[in-house]
Design a protein around this ligand. Structure first.
Ligand code: FMN
Length: 386
């Protein structure tokens, strides 16, 4: 097939061929699995897009190692996505001595779990005869050590730093000095304005449809509002984009590119467990739910009985990341006990049109092909123009 051309100014900014980024996806909260591992980032960058490593599930040492593995496997630009808990980034913003986000020791996070939550957890373990699982050490991740993790990204001169949570404005100057670009992610126009004012190079506007943490505004309404709010900062669309139709729509609305999660998760290289990939393949557009059960923040995942158990508990969700200790423990125990109907991985509403696991390169090339057909050559049957 003839190689297609699809370029926007994002391609010049980042030195890439196509304006398509695979989204930063951290652990699917079960075991050691990561949503966007080295393999996916490399595959997408090698195919001409920009692959983003989901760094939130790694320890700081593993993050450095993963970055070096990507560099060893491709000389194309890539990104790293970290979650910067909002409170931490806010402290950093107000710090007077040039400090970054403060550290959050693991023992403090564990100690913050109230007795009624522990009682509920222990009762479930007993009633459902769940096995002991060792997830606690995995919690000592970059999310608990954001300052060190940001330092690693700057030392390694990661081409694109992406902040999945919190405003990365505090590190823009240092990143620029290292030759990096900085991307912020927002779910509303207020934060788009705030991040644009703090100096980020790029913004992702992620709508309610998207997998993982999600806001209340749908992509169709959010994108134009975020573009207006971001003024001169270029915007990428995210949430509910799974093929060339979504990309063409995003470009038509004025975006410079797209940030795609669920579609790239359901690829050969995507880091989800096979059981989660199969759930995405089977899912319809109605089969995801937003819940605070996973991280304490609103998060979209494929429906499972874990949602029901949490709803029935009547408990208040704990602040991020304390709630993650509870959900990770339970989801790992469900998997080990073979209770697969209690396990739904993070995924977006676009699961409904994903019917096949393919190599990431194929997904990207088909998307480019469809986008070019729609925008350039093929006038849709339902449109008459003069
Ligand atoms: C499995 C999974 C894990 C995710 N983890 C993160 C994360 O660690 N950091 C982040 O910024 N966004 C995360 N997200 C959100 C994605 O970056 C992206 O915004 C979203 O997937 C876009 O919507 P889509 O799934 O409809 O493509 C995750 C999404 C999924 C599906």
């Amino acid at each position: 097939m003839k190689k297609r051309i699809l370029k926007t100014k994002l391609c010049n900014m980042l030195g890439i061929e196509y304006p398509i980024l695979s989204a930063g996806m951290g652990p699917t909260l079960i075991g050691e699995n990561t949503g966007a591992p080295v393999e996916l980032a490399v595959a997408v960058s090698e195919a001409g897009g920009l692959g983003v490593l989901g760094g939130s599930g790694f320890t700081v040492d593993e993050l450095r190692q993963a970055i070096r593995e990507i560099k060893a496997q491709t000389d194309k630009p890539f990104g790293v996505d970290l979650l910067l808990p909002k409170s931490l980034a806010a402290e950093a913003e107000s710090a007077t001595s040039g400090g970054g986000p403060v550290e959050m020791p693991l023992k403090d996070v564990i100690q913050a779990i109230p007795k009624e939550h522990l009682d509920w957890l222990n009762k479930l373990i007993e009633d459902m005869q769940l096995p002991d699982v060792d997830t606690i050490l995995r919690m000592d991740t970059t999310t608990m050590r954001p300052k060190e993790a940001v330092d690693v990204c700057i030392e390694e001169k990661v081409p694109l730093f992406c902040a999945g949570l919190g405003n990365p404005g505090f590190m823009v100057e240092r990143a620029h000095a290292a030759g990096m670009k900085v991307l912020g992610i927002t779910g509303n126009s207020k934060n788009a304005r705030r991040m644009a004012d703090s100096g980020v190079d790029l913004l992702v506007a992620q709508g309610h449809e998207g997998g993982g943490h999600t806001g209340r505004i749908g992509t169709m309404a959010l994108v134009p509002a975020a573009i207006d709010a971001a003024k001169s900062v270029p915007v990428l669309a995210a949430g509910g984009i799974g093929d060339g139709r979504g990309i063409a729509a995003a470009l038509a609305m004025g975006c410079v590119g797209v940030w795609i999660g669920t579609r790239f998760l359901a690829t050969d290289e995507g880091g989800a467990l096979d059981i989660n990939k199969q759930v995405i393949i089977r899912a319809t557009d109605e089969d995801t739910r937003v819940s605070r059960a996973y991280t304490g923040k609103t998060l979209r995942a494929n429906y499972s009985k874990f949602h029901d158990l949490w709803d029935q508990s009547g408990l208040a969700p704990l602040p991020f990341p304390t709630q993650v200790i509870i959900s990770s423990y339970l989801l790992s125990a469900f998997i080990e006990a073979g209770k697969t109907d209690h396990v739904g991985g993070l995924a977006g509403q676009i699961s409904g049109i994903i019917n096949e696991i393919k190599p990431a390169r194929q997904v990207l090339e088909e998307m480019v092909d469809e986008t070019v057909d729609i925008l350039f050559r093929k006038i849709p049957d339902n449109v008459q123009m003069g």
